[in-house]
Design a protein. Sequence first.
Length: 239
Amino acid sequence: MNIQTLQTNNQTMSSREIAELCDKNHFHVKRDIETMCQQIEIDVSKFGGIYFDASNRQQTEYLLDRDLTITLVSGYNAKLRYRIVKRWQELEAQASAPVIPQTLSQALRLAADQADLIDKQNERLALVEPKAAALDVIDSATGSLNARDTAKTLGVQPQKFNAWCIAHNWMYRDNKDKLQMCSNRLQQGFMSQRPVTYTVPVNRNGVTVYETRATTQPLFTPKGLTHLAKTFAIVHEVA
C-alpha cells in the first residue's frame, strides 16, 4: 500500500486510504463522508486535510478517527468492513509499539522529548506538592484557630507568623497593641473573629480593683488555613 496514513497523537485514516481499501473512487468516498457528517450533524470541515497529487496539485481529503471510519463503511459490504477493521488493528499495533531510533538524530530527538516530558511532570508535581502539604495541615486542624495555634499548625514561630500576617495585610495591631483581623480577610472567608473578655487592674483611691473589658480575637478559618498552608509550602519560610 503506497498511501501514507496520517499518524498523530489521535490516530486517523485518510479518505484516500479508505478509498483504496474499499476499491472506490476517492471522490465518491469524500461524498459519502460529507453525507454521513450531515446526517449525524457533525461539521465535516473539522476533518479536512490537504495533500498533493502526482502532478503536485493541491487536493483535499478527510481524516477520520476509528469511530467515524467504521460508521462510514458500515454502509458498505462485509468484505470492505473487514478490510477496514484489519487496517485499524495494524495502525493501533504500530502506535503501541516502542519507538526505536534508527539514527543519531532520531536518538537525540527522542532523548530531548523524554527530557521535556520529565520537565513537564516535575512542573505538575511542583504544583501538586503544596496542595498536598496544605491538605495534610488541614487534616490536623479542626475548626477555626487563633493566631498562635495557626502558627503552630503551620510549623512557624508565632512571632514570625504574626509579623508576616501584619506585613501581608492579614492582621494589624489596634491602639491597644492587640492583634485584629483585616476586614478584607473576613470578606474572603479566610478569617473570622470572636468576642473575648479580659481583666485589667485599676487603681481607685489607692485600692486596686480589676475591671472586665471586652475585645475581639482574630481567628483563621479552615479556608484561610488552607490558603496559608499552600502559601507557606511554596515560600518555605516566612518573609
